[in-house]
Design a binder for this molecule. Structure first.
Ligand SMILES: C[S@@+](CC[C@H](N)C(=O)[O-])C[C@H]1O[C@@H](n2cnc3c(N)ncnc32)[C@H](O)[C@@H]1O
Length: 246
């Protein structure tokens, strides 16, 4: 078997979650020696407990390693985790009604990171995206996701319409979202197996994706703007599902 590729994670949350969930995959952690605050001290403690090599590295080099300045004085070299699951594997393990977030064309790493974070918060079981219209799990996504890139399976599929068909075969109700839909998200039953489909930052869901959905819903907009940022819309929809499932 080939060795997993190396990758870089940065920021307290992203590195702490990796240390918690897969300490064996962390080769070394670089920290800024000029940071001596409580957050850094407890982080260093955690790295030591995990038995991972700790290296003091000047800020400039950390910025180089992270590919930007937003590392908070923490950069880790890690082995990329092999994608553990297929959608079937994930769904087979779910207890209770599955909740899946589908992103049809989200290509901004900040948006994907924010979607993963809110998917984790709302207890979604997976995030699904079409391979040719999506951003992969890079260091920016992991940083913005604040650890959720490690906890929520992110599955890139070859043919999204086919995957939606497979979800329907599993009796998962596929709900598309569009600011021009008639029904409100607040008027549908989300306390059942559900996949929520969101569209691209600019043009929304593709036509074929929208046609494949069981129904389309909108998030009410009470002001002047027509639509929400995709990660905010994901938060509204996922938390409505969570609220109904209490
Ligand atoms: C910036 S919006 C794209 C807006 C685009 N005009 C459209 O037709 O959907 C990105 C995605 O966020 C979701 N979204 C944003 N605002 C929404 C709203 N008011 N109702 C339903 N979905 C919304 C949809 O999934 C949308 O595809």
């Amino acid at each position: 078997m080939s060795k997993p590729a190396n990758a870089v994670l940065y920021g307290f949350h992203a590195v702490t979650v990796r240390l918690k969930t897969h300490p064996e995959s962390v080769s070394e952690v670089h920290i800024d020696p000029s940071r001596r605050d409580a957050r850094m001290r407890s982080f260093v403690e955690r790295v030591r407990e995990a038995g991972v090599r700790l290296i003091e590295t000047p800020d400039e080099r950390l910025t180089q390693l992270a590919g930007g300045p937003r590392h908070q004085g923490v950069v880790a070299r890690v082995q990329a985790l092999a994608p553990k699951h297929s959608l079937d594997d994930v769904l087979d393990e779910v207890e209770g009604p599955p909740l899946v977030l589908v992103l049809d064309g989200v290509t901004d790493p900040h948006n994907l990171g924010a979607c993963l974070r809110v998917a984790d918060g709302a207890g979604a079981h997976a995030v699904v995206a079409p391979r040719d219209r999506a951003v992969g799990l890079n260091a920016t996504v992991a940083k913005v996701a604040s650890g959720a890139a490690e906890t929520v399976p992110y599955l890139m599929v070859t043919n999204l319409a086919r995957t939606l068909g497979e979800l329907k075969e599993r009796d998962i109700w596929v709900v598309g979202t569009s600011d021009s839909a008639e029904r409100s998200i607040y008027d549908i039953d989300l306390n059942r197996p559900v996949a929520l489909v969101l569209g691209a930052e600019g043009e929304g869901m593709r036509q074929l994706t929208a046609k494949t959905c069981d129904e389309l819903v909108r998030i009410p907009m009470a002001g002047a703007v027509e639509s929400l940022n995709v990660s905010v819309a994901a938060g509204v929809c996922l938390y409505e599902a969570l609220r109904q499932r209490r």
